[in-house]
Ligand binder design. Structure first.
Ligand code: GLN
Length: 533
């Protein structure tokens, strides 16, 4: 079932095996036709996570990187669309040597070869493969077929784990294992018998329920792992170890690992710090990808949320997050004064025109009222627009993304991007992935990083227009980082004397933050928020 925690289970399995000294890699398979996640609206599928090599992938890849502190690349991700595209291209290139190319076996074979290649590339001891979707649906059947084929080929090296939800309906007052039993039957129909069952539930599973799942689903009782709801996702590896999951995995895969104690020490310390922080920092996140029907969904900004949590933990504070819809300020400008409730405001990445004027009004309010502000990508572009309009007096200044006829195009499309737009080449054509930037000494950014060169991940088509850089600089805003050739602006900030924290980045720092290594800019922002309280 989607949202049940397969991504966190995959990441946590990786973490506990890493803690036993093994080299681990992780792999996500998404069953949709999109070739990558780049063209999908975040309200449809959550955040688009950008890898260092620029590949636009699923948010679970972010979880793997954050838990495992490894850098994954495009070889670690695939979709149905990508697999079919590759097989068809190979067929056109005569790579099947005249054979009739069929859905089975050629599609699963392509899947298997991709998995093996990714694992081999880093000489992994264990490759953990997460198959998206739910057992029994039509879309992921060929990936399950790939698992079945791999298992026949190497029975001792392939192990299947099923993550299943065990509901406890409030009117019944007891946990029900029947949905899990049915799920296993359905999985059996594809020729796969799960060897470990991770039972997701509100509460820990009792022995009675474990026994039931064991009997009806043909697993040993100790191979049923209790995975209750937790306060912090970073508790999950620790919980898994309560049921000795790493020990079970090592034994089943006939792998030797280090002793269990010690490997998770740093992790445990960091989790405790995040959980036990007593003072609260209130952060408002102003965006637009929150609403889905009657529900509020924060999945679209998952890396931002996690980066805030990591940094908050490192300054011994607990971040309390509030979702703020920027369109509210367009309808009711008097609501802006409510922003004073927050210790800091973040405007994350975004596209298009909806809610833009509201965001610009928020930035102005933060600037004029000394509220710490941190802008990410679109959040930097809008900061430049606000500054141009209200400090430099450039009335109507805008990004050409929203107004192509603005008299002051302070944010403009990059020349090579114009060509992409003209040809309607939208997929995987933005400025994507890791780029180097140089920092300017004696700036907030420089202080935060403590070095003069950085590499950060990008995902945008527009840039600060070089024609306006000098005017903006003269009026007091500092560009504290730029591309190595000095043409593209990477960080903008107001000096500390003028504002407690008014800084934004053209890149996405949130993609490189983790529990063990919080991102320096998020840490600096949280420090400023904490001091402002
Ligand atoms: N829409 C802006 C651009 O394409 C910003 C993108 C973002 O925030 N990721 O440049």
């Amino acid at each position: 079932m989607s949202g049940v925690g397969k991504g966190i289970a995959t990441s946590s399995i990786g973490k506990i095996l890493q803690a036993r000294g093994l080299r681990v890699t992780a792999f996500k398979i998404d069953p949709y036709i999109n070739v990558d996640a780049g063209t999908m609206n975040p309200t449809e599928h959550g955040e688009v996570f950008v890898l260092a090599d620029g590949y636009e992938t699923d948010q679970d890849m972010g979880n793997y990187e954050r838990f495992l502190n490894i850098e994954l690349d495009r070889g670690n991700y695939m979709t149905t669309g990508l697999v079919y595209k590759t097989v068809i291209e190979k067929e056109r290139n005569l790579e099947y040597h005249g054979k009739c190319v069929q859905v089975v076996p050629h599609i699963p074979m392509e899947v298997i070869s991709r998995i093996k290649k990714a694992a081999k590339k880093i000489s992994a001891d264990v490759a953990i493969i997460e198959i998206g979707g739910t057992v029994g649906e039509y879309e992921n059947i060929l990936f399950l077929e790939a698992v079945r084929m791999m298992k026949i080929e190497n029975p001792e090296d392939v192990l299947t784990v099923m993550v299943s939800y065990v509901p406890a309906p409030s009117k019944i007052g007891e946990m029900k294992t029947k949905p899990t039993q049915h799920a296993v039957r359905t999985l059996n129909g594809t020729g796969i018998q799960p060897e470990i069952i991770v039972a997701r539930a509100e509460r820990p599973l009792d022995e009675k329920r474990k026994e039931k799942i064991a009997v009806f689903c043909s697993v040993r009782q100790e191979d049923v792992i209790s995975a209750p709801d937790v306060e912090s996702i970073y508790d999950v590896p620790l919980n898994f170890e309560k049921d000795n999951l790493s020990g079970i995995l090592l034994k089943k895969l006939k792998l030797r690992g280090k002793k269990q104690n010690g490997g998770l020490k740093e992790w445990k310390k960091s989790v405790r710090r995040v959980k036990n922080a007593s003072n609260k920092t209130r952060i408002g996140i102003v965006g637009k990808y929150f609403r889905t029907g009657d529900f509020v969904l924060s999945d679209a900004y998952i890396s931002v949320i996690e980066a805030i949590k990591h940094a908050a933990g490192s300054v011994n504070s607990k971040a309390v997050l509030t979702w703020i819809d920027s369109t509210d300020f367009e309808e009711n400008p008097e609501k802006l004064s409510e922003l004073k409730r927050y210790n800091g405001i973040i405007i994350p990445g975004g596209f298009g025109s909806r809610g833009i004027e509201g965001k610009i009004a928020v930035i102005r309010f933060c600037r004029e009222n000394n509220i710490p502000y941190f802008g990410l990508c679109y959040g930097m572009q809008l900061m430049i627009i606000e500054y141009a309009r209200n400090v430099l007096g450039m009335e109507g200044a805008h990004t050409t993304e929203v107004n192509s006829k603005t008299p002051y195009p302070v944010i403009d499309i990059m020349p090579e991007q114009k060509e992409n737009m003209r040809k309607k080449n939208y997929g995987a054509t933005m400025r994507l992935g890791q780029y180097e930037a140089k920092l300017v000494p004696d700036t907030l950014a420089y202080q935060a990083y403590g070095r003069d060169k950085i590499t950060e991940r990008h995902r945008h088509r527009y840039e600060v227009n070089p024609q306006y850089v000098n005017d903006i600089k003269k009026s007091g805003l500092v560009f504290s980082a730029s591309s190595p050739n000095g043409v593209l602006m990477e960080i903008a900030e107001l000096p500390r004397k003028q504002h407690s924290f008014f800084l934004a980045t053209q890149f996405h720092p949130e993609f490189q933050s983790s529990l063990l290594f919080p991102h320096p800019l998020f840490v600096a922002f949280l420090k400023a928020c904490k001091e402002k309280r």
